[in-house]
Write a protein that binds this ligand. Structure first.
Ligand SMILES: [Zn+2]
Length: 416
């Protein structure tokens, strides 16, 4: 095998290990602050000697859509994953979109594995592991596991066992920086041991949800991930760093969450049951964000609300950046129409949009100001390589980058 082809992009077989890291919630401001504060010397070196810019991520700026964009090299219109939930209009039920069966594309990882390359995928949360590992043949030395379930890996399900011993760390807590550090340390050990051709390491955004740039805990996290990045680079790998989305403070001056409860507004205008607001950030980890993000979908379920009536009602409302009908949203953000709401509502940088006030438990958020994502303002992400780009890819980068080009640039763009 000399190359694989996926979604219109040809990827050559790497001549050295390529490690792509998705710093979950890694807003560019953390890197900017870290460079100014001098706490991320390895990233500083990558930017100086390699390549560093900002790229546009997938909107909605959520975890699963962007991770799928990264490993398919394509937008959601191609891979089908546009959030954690969509509404099945036939049944009226919210459908979980994080299972591998709804992913419509092959992955770069699976394509390389089938072509004979050794591939490793490690993620923090297990919900992502299943999608990242889709079609990945684990009988051939390839590996796919999460740090969430590192203590229960099996050769059959993960291609590896005894992970805690290998990494030399205890099983990390879901709500800790160690959950991400475990992913990186495991990647480092496996890079040394197996020298895979391709590795994807996807972290979790718990620290960024709770700690702003410059906060001592955030600084400590970035200091520590930077140190591992330095060791990965020292092993001779091409290292690419990006994020699935950014993160912004979404609280009022008094510290309470700055929420627009959209379902309540629509119920008052059109009647209860006439519309259905789905918050596609919703997952089991309510301590991160209370299911509150900057992007929601509205389905028209009764007879009164039409897309045009909803757009008319909400356009210009303070706190809302965009109110778009389905066709406009799909065209603008490359989204799959069959999983899109009739109306898309996107908040300003400091606003989250909820369903009804009764639908969100804000008590789990009381330990810190609400920081969240989902809007256009959180779709700008770092795009950093430890090696310089060749001339052709420098030209392409100058035209503007999408974060889903990160594998293309890491694999094809750093060749002589
Ligand atoms: Zn995320």
């Amino acid at each position: 095998m000399t190359s694989i082809l996926l979604n219109g992009v040809s990827y050559r077989r790497p001549d050295r290990p390529v490690v792509v890291v998705c710093i979950d919630g890694g807003d560019p401001t953390y890197i900017e602050h870290g460079l100014l504060a001098g706490i991320i010397p390895n990233i500083a070196r990558f930017v100086a000697e390699g390549f560093g810019t900002l790229a546009e991520g997938t909107v909605p700026s959520f975890t699963c859509p962007n991770n799928m964009s990264l490993i398919t090299g394509a937008p959601p219109a191609v891979h089908g994953i546009s959030g954690n939930f969509y509404l099945d209009v036939a049944t009226g039920e919210a459908v979980v979109m994080t299972g591998p069966e709804l992913l419509r594309s092959r992955t770069i990882l699976a394509e390389f594995a089938d072509a004979g390359a050794r591939v490793i995928s490690i993620t923090a949360k297990d919900k992502l592991r299943r999608q990242l590992g889709k079609d990945l043949d684990l009988t051939l030395g390839n590996i796919s596991f999460s740090s969430e379930f590192a203590d229960r890996c099996t050769l059959a399900d993960n291609g590896i066992e005894n992970v805690l011993e290998l990494v030399g760390m205890p099983q990390p807590s879901m709500y800790s920086m160690d959950l991400s550090l475990f992913v990186l340390e495991a990647g480092l050990r496996l890079l040394e041991r197996d020298r895979p051709e391709l590795m994807f390491l996807s972290l979790t955004d718990y620290i960024q949800h709770k700690h702003a740039p410059g906060d001592p805990v955030a600084d400590e996290f970035y200091r520590r991930i930077d140190a591992v990045f330095g060791r990965i680079a020292d092993l001779g790998a091409t290292l690419a760093l990006t994020a699935d989305h950014g993160m912004n403070d979404k609280s009022r001056p008094d510290g309470s969450p700055n929420v627009i409860f959209l379902q309540d507004i629509l119920d008052r205008e059109f009647g209860i049951g006439d519309t259905r607001v789905i918050c596609p950030i919703t997952d089991a980890f309510v301590r991160h964000h209370g299911a509150l993000g900057g992007f929601v979908r509205v389905w028209c379920r009764g007879g009164r609300a039409t897309p045009a009536a909803i757009v008319g009602l909400l356009a210009g409302m303070p706190g809302l950046a965009e109110v778009l009908d389905k066709e406009t949203a799909c065209r603008r953000f490359d989204l799959p129409a069959d999983r899109e709401g009739d109306v898309v509502v996107i908040g300003e940088h400091d606003v989250v949009i909820g369903a009804g006030a009764d639908d969100h438990d804000l008590s789990a958020l009381s330990d810190a100001r609400l920081r969240s994502h989902g809007a256009i303002t959180e779709a700008r992400v770092p795009f950093i390589l430890n090696r310089p780009l060749n001339g052709h890819y420098r030209l392409r980068a100058a035209a503007g980058l999408k974060s889903h080009q990160i594998f293309d640039f890491a694999i094809n763009g750093t060749a002589p």
